[in-house]
Design a protein around this ligand. Structure first.
Ligand code: HEM
Ligand SMILES: [Cu+2]
Length: 575
């Protein structure tokens, strides 16, 4: 089949055209991503069992070594490899075009892999105990920086291949009108990725030259500021990619369609324009930066990027609600939600990701990024408490959800142990939420992040803080088990899944159309315009359930925000 003269095959399940060259690289990049996820995951378990103060597993040098390993393998290697897979997949399949260049894809893959291996080896031999941020004057072996540069440039080359593929599709007129929303979101991610990776190169090249002894030390303040151009903006790449995956999974699991394409596209544009400003929230207590700079960069325009997330946070569940109501699930405010396909891991991973990211990540993020409040949260465990609900409960979980479709469809094998697969998103999502809450509450009591032993000089945190640190340990173990289950299931599927080439894959389960007997003409998954009289009432307010969820969200935000100002006033009495 692979010597098909057109170089494409038609997916028997989705009807999408699959470019065989692209399919090969999607598989390679996704599998490598999962390998690095496993390395990062083993590190995660060791870290969680060390921060659980009663267990306190690792010795001091290994704690910082594994912390460095974990941060880079998770946030950089797993995420970037997987994002490249997504870019190759959406550009070729959704636009029905062949990958622009196989050679370029090889160059990118080899550079990224070499870079990642160099970094991991350098860390494991103890030559790069500098943590993920590698702030100067901390210094690692040159191979560490060179590895990161290779990774960044390799990814840039893949992004170039993506843009060239888009251009090819446009030139060959393989699609009509504007690109689909998922491609639009992926393109927003790719544009931000270019700016992000350039920051990475700008900061890492002089640091590499310095570590090799060829130039003087670059200014540490310059380093911190430029590094966060990489560190923060890459999070926006993740958010764009995650939101695109939400739209994709919403469509395949419930038939959801974007409510208003223009608004959704506008929200992606807001990310592109305003996200760089938010890098400033990492330097809010940095004495080297002026107050004016901090105030300007963490106010006004920064919230336009937050607005973008709020728009997606509303339109994504609302589109599911509209689709479910159109299928006849109209009972009460939340009938559409309770009847959603919760046993379909593509849906549960997507919806849990949405809720964990929105409620957990969004609320804590805006609060921690407030200049005044940051002073009581900076460098405490509240910070990893925040980003484990964004990049782990949000992005990573959404990517896992995508794999429940991507892996069977590309490898043409049925998933193994389906009942376990249905459980996986819950195990991972609940585990990470428990861990992040443990981190946040321990952090609120003053427990610092990146701290091997918080009580080296004797007991200073009461038993409550220890309870929260136990939640970090227990939640961490649960999340690790969820992660391990994900890897065993996907890798097991590659080897042992039942082949179904040429036939459609077995459905994970999608909601059926109700009331077909009464009005059999209602289109499946489409928000019907005229259609059934029984639906007339709800069609006037097809998203009232989501509206209530949004109000609960805003209320939770207000309570959390107020509690934080109160906490600030307590340590810093107002006279
Ligand atoms: C099983 C899942 C995971 C567990 C149990 C876990 C646990 C932890 C723990 C305990 C820490 C140390 C916190 C500290 O002492 O300051 C940490 C740090 C970190 N984690 Fe995770 N994590 C998991 C998954 C992830 C994923 C998927 C990502 C990224 C996509 C990630 C990104 C990070 C980063 C960036 C750091 C900070 C590294 C540094 O301070 O240099 N984690 N994690
Ligand atoms: Cu940030």
């Amino acid at each position: 089949m692979s010597n098909n003269p057109t170089g494409k095959r038609i997916c028997a399940t989705t009807g999408l055209p699959i470019c065989l060259d692209a399919q090969f690289f999607v598989k390679c990049n996704a599998v490598l991503g999962v390998v690095f996820l496993l390395i990062g995951g083993i590190g995660a378990l060791l870290l969680a069992l060390t921060r659980w103060q009663t267990v306190h597993l690792l010795p001091v040098d290994w704690f910082y070594r594994i912390l460095t390993l974990h941060g880079l393998n998770m946030l950089i290697f797993w995420i970037l490899f997987f994002e490249v897979a997504i870019l190759y997949f959406v550009s070729t399949s959704l636009l029905n075009v062949k990958l622009f260049s196989v050679k370029t894809a090889w160059v990118s893959l080899i550079m990224m892999l070499t870079g990642a291996v160099m970094v991991d080896v350098t860390i494991m031999v103890g030559k790069a105990d500098v943590m993920m941020t590698s702030y100067l004057p901390l210094l690692a072996h040159p191979a560490f920086y060179l590895g990161i540069i290779l990774m960044a440039v390799g990814t840039l080359i893949a992004v170039f291949n993506y843009f060239a593929t888009l251009y090819k599709a446009k030139k060959e007129k393989t699609y009509q009108g504007s690109v689909p929303l998922v491609v639009f979101g992926a393109t927003a991610a790719a544009i931000i990725a270019v700016v992000t990776l350039l920051h990475g190169a700008i900061v890492m090249i002089p640091t590499f030259l310095h570590s090799a002894g060829w130039i003087a030390q670059p200014d540490p303040i310059w380093y911190r500021m430029t590094w966060w151009g990489l560190g923060h903006m890459s999070q926006q790449v993740n958010v764009c990619a995650m939101v695109s995956v939400w739209y994709f999974l919403g469509a395949v699991t419930t038939g959801a369609k974007p409510l208003n394409e223009t608004v959704c596209r506008g929200a992606f544009l807001l990310y592109i324009f305003f996200i760089n400003l938010a890098s400033a929230h990492h330097l809010l207590v940095d004495p080297a930066v002026s107050s004016g700079w901090k105030i300007w960069n963490t106010s006004y325009a920064m919230y336009l990027a937050v607005l973008a997330s709020m728009i997606h946070g509303f339109t994504v569940p609302a589109s599911v609600e509209v689709a479910m109501r159109a299928k006849g699930y109209v009972k009460g405010l939340f009938g559409w939600l309770t009847s959603a396909p919760w046993r379909n891991p593509g849906f549960s991973a997507f919806f849990l990701s949405l809720v964990i990211f929105g409620f957990g990540g969004g609320i804590t993020g805006v609060t921690l990024g407030t200049q005044q409040i940051n002073i009581i949260a900076h460098n405490t465990l509240r910070i990893p408490g925040h980003f484990h609900v964004t990049v782990v409960g949000g992005t990573t979980l959404a990517f896992m959800g995508l794999c429940f479709y991507l892996v069977p469809l590309l490898f043409q094998r049925e998933f193994i142990f389906k009942p376990l697969a249905r459980l996986q998103p819950y195990l991972f999502g609940i585990g990470i939420t428990i861990m992040a809450m443990g981190m946040s509450f321990a952090g609120s009591m003053g427990v610092s992040r990146r701290s091997w032993d918080i009580e080296a000089t004797g007991s200073i945190y009461g038993s409550t803080a220890h309870l929260f640190l136990a939640a970090v340990g227990i939640g961490g173990v649960l999340a690790f088990l969820g992660l391990l289950l994900f890897i065993l299931l996907t890798v097991g599927t590659l080897f042992f899944g039942r082949r179904f080439a040429g036939k459609p894959m077995e459905s994970w389960g999608t909601p059926k159309q109700l009331g077909r007997e009464e009005h059999g003409h209602a289109p499946v998954g489409l928000p019907s315009g005229s259609g059934a009289p029984a639906m007339a009432l709800t069609e006037a307010h097809p998203t009232q359930g989501t509206l209530v969820l949004a109000l609960i969200f805003l209320l939770s935000f207000a309570v959390y925000y107020f509690a934080n100002w109160k906490a600030l006033a307590d340590v810093w009495p107002v006279r």
